[in-house]
Design a protein around this ligand. Structure first.
Ligand SMILES: [Zn+2]
Length: 118
């Protein structure tokens, strides 16, 4: 079934290893890796506008997962240090629909201007 518009979710290719952290569930040291998700508004399957990012951390030992809102202070600090080294940037193609629409509007305005003045 083809959705005309809706919300899409995509896994971002960047993952961070959270150093100097302890898992509150199993007590594992340095076992967290993060995964980032990007939510975007899509039209006919084409990403139109990015809506936001979510970051989750998963323990490599016990597989417990934590949303960023549940991060401990140490996990948040490790994440911020990792993001300083390798920032989490959203790819430009998640705004592809908006850029295509803007291009079409500018082209239409240029054609209208040419027709009006010539
Ligand atoms: Zn664990």
């Amino acid at each position: 079934m083809l959705n005309i518009f809706g919300i899409g979710i995509s896994v971002m290719p960047v993952s961070y290893h959270l150093k100097n952290t302890f898992c509150p569930c199993c007590g594992g040291h340095n076992t967290f890796r993060t995964r980032a998700y990007l939510r975007y508004f899509q039209v006919f399957g084409i990403p139109f506008l990015p809506l936001g990012k979510e970051i989750w951390a998963e323990c490599g030992q016990c597989r417990s997962q934590y949303a960023r809102t549940d991060f401990s202070a140490g996990m948040e600090l490790a994440l911020e240090q990792s993001m300083k080294k390798l920032p989490l940037r959203q790819p430009v193609w998640y705004s592809l629909g908006f850029l295509l629409l803007l291009t079409l509007l500018l082209a239409a305005a240029a054609v209208f201007t040419l027709v009006w003045f010539l």
